[in-house]
Design a protein. Structure first.
Length: 514
């Protein structure tokens, strides 16, 4: 959501800058084909520019980063409270970005529904009106007073308001709209109005594109040898027609004065076309502005802030790890990875160190150095069950308990983790072991006793898998410890940010001789 809002704002800025270029340098020229291209190209390239990512040519090769190492020293403390996370929700419960995004979506839906309504209305007019085939086009004789217009391969004219003397000119005008594919331009700009409905510049684009279409159509009619005076008189007569329709190329009465003036205007010199080439350095400037914005860091004279990004994944499976916490060491700045394990964070300088943590995995501190892309594979760590201490499976970490609590930051991102838990708690697990353990007779006779440490994984379905001996007292006790471990069925899997995940558990099974 945050990335899309940023993208939309940047696209709007590009759209505005490129329109100002057209309005200042090309608007009054009579190179209508060139103006049409610049306008449509500007709309399309404004969507591309914000998504381009550039990297410096002299960027060094990325270091081979080690697998992450976590100190999972406490079973009950595998969680973090992350202040001021980039993707954080304000602790007061007001997510302003979400509110803005919802308003944006509502506006886009309204504009889109408006376009759908207009398309349905045009279809209804076609079905309810008399139609004839003319060359490769369909002429629709409307039963209302709307002025002539064209839409895809159809030409719409009012049935009772077009005489024979003006019919040929009107058809020639509307045919030029269709043969030049003006409806494609309109489709592009109408889709842009859905995406940029809040930006007034997008509506100026629509107006300018339609003006250019009319100039092109007028020029096409005059090129056929039509009398200038009679054609201009036809324009004035048509100015008394009905309402303008947005989705269509219309014999538009609102532009009559401009169109007549443009017909009389002296043609712009061919050298003026080269002005359009100035759009290239303008686009390059926008790319640089969006990709490498100047860094302004409080207390830093070097301006060396940069963005580090990458993918955080499981070392064993290679799958992305969503909800992984990434902190800048010694600060209250941080972020969390998305559903694919991607993360992005701004760091103050190359001396910054990232601390990466995920429940059930080992934590690592990574120096940024000159890298801007750091992909990390996290190594699973085991939760250690100690029957002599209380093990809370569900831990709600409060800011007061965090090492960062002294910052007293109001924008606190709360991360709540849930470790694997045995139904009924540690006491139930202890009872299960006592009720089901079978002391091997041979080990009894030999007087063998002690704790066997078994490591196993509680998967996302709560099943115990991949049980193995981590610390052995005697091979005589190992088989019984593994059998006992594989009997357990009442585990609840661990989770992070509401998603269940597999996690390793290390459990001691004590064999005692009475």
């Amino acid at each position: 959501m945050h990335n899309y809002i940023e993208y939309t704002v940047k696209a709007g800025i590009a759209l505005t800058v490129l329109y100002l270029f057209y309005w200042l340098l090309l608007r009054k020229d009579t190179h209508f084909y060139l103006n049409r291209f610049v306008l449509v190209f500007s709309v399309i390239i404004s969507l591309v520019i914000p998504s381009v990512r550039l990297a410096p040519a002299n960027m060094p090769a990325f270091e081979n980063l080690p697998a992450l190492v976590i100190d999972f020293s406490r079973a009950e403390s595998s969680t973090l409270a992350v202040p001021t996370a980039t993707a954080a929700v304000n602790a007061a419960g007001i997510d302003y970005l979400k509110i803005i995004f919802i308003i944006y979506i509502i506006g886009a839906l309204i504009v889109f529904c408006r376009l759908i309504y207009q398309a349905i209305f045009l279809h209804a007019i076609t079905r309810l009106s008399k139609r004839t085939e003319y060359q490769e086009y369909t002429i629709v004789y409307m039963n209302n007073d709307m002025t002539p217009f064209s839409y895809f391969n159809r030409i719409f004219i009012p049935a009772g308001h077009v005489d024979e003397t003006s019919f040929d000119n009107i058809i020639a005008h509307e045919k030029s709209h269709l043969t030049q594919g003006h409806y494609i331009d309109l489709f592009i700009i109408e889709m842009m109005t859905v995406l940029q409905w809040f930006n007034p510049v997008v509506w100026f684009y629509e107006k300018s594109i339609k003006e250019t279409h009319e100039y092109l159509a007028d020029d096409a009619v005059l090129q056929t040898g039509s009398h200038h005076g009679k054609y201009q008189a036809l324009l004035v007569n048509q100015a008394l027609g009905g309402p303008v329709f947005i989705l269509t190329n219309q014999f538009n009465q609102s532009l009559i004065k401009k169109r007549i003036m443009m017909m009389k205007k002296m043609k712009t010199s061919q050298l003026a076309k080269f002005k359009a080439l100035l759009i290239l350095p303008l686009i390059a400037g926008l790319l640089l502005a969006f990709v490498n914005p100047p860094a302004k860091i409080p207390g830093s004279a070097q301006g060396s802030e940069k963005t580090v990004s990458g993918i955080l994944s499981d070392k064993f499976t290679g799958s992305g790890l969503p909800g992984t916490v990434v902190l800048i060491k010694g600060t209250n700045e941080g972020t969390i990875s998305d559903k694919q394990g991607n993360y992005s964070i701004k760091v103050p300088d190359e001396k910054a160190i990232l601390v990466i943590s995920h429940v059930g995995y080992k934590t690592q501190e990574i120096s940024i150095a000159k890298n801007v892309i750091i992909n990390v594979q996290l190594e699973q760590d085991a939760m250690v069950i100690d029957f002599n201490k209380k093990n809370d499976a569900n831990v709600n970490v409060n800011p007061e308990n965090s090492q960062n609590s002294a910052n007293d930051n109001k924008d606190m991102y709360m991360v709540t983790e849930e470790l694997p838990s045995y139904t009924g708690g540690i006491s139930a697990l202890q009872k299960f072991l006592e009720d089901n353990i079978r002391y091997p007779e041979e080990a009894k006779k030999a007087g063998i006793k002690g704790k066997v440490y078994v490591n196993f994984i509680v998967n996302a379905e709560g099943r115990v898998i991949e049980a193995k001996i981590m610390q052995s007292v005697s091979p005589l006790l190992n088989d019984e410890a593994l059998r006992l471990t594989n009997l357990m069925k009442n585990w609840k899997p661990g989770s992070q940010h509401g998603e269940t995940l597999s996690m390793a558990v290390t459990m001691p099974i004590e064999f005692k001789l009475e």
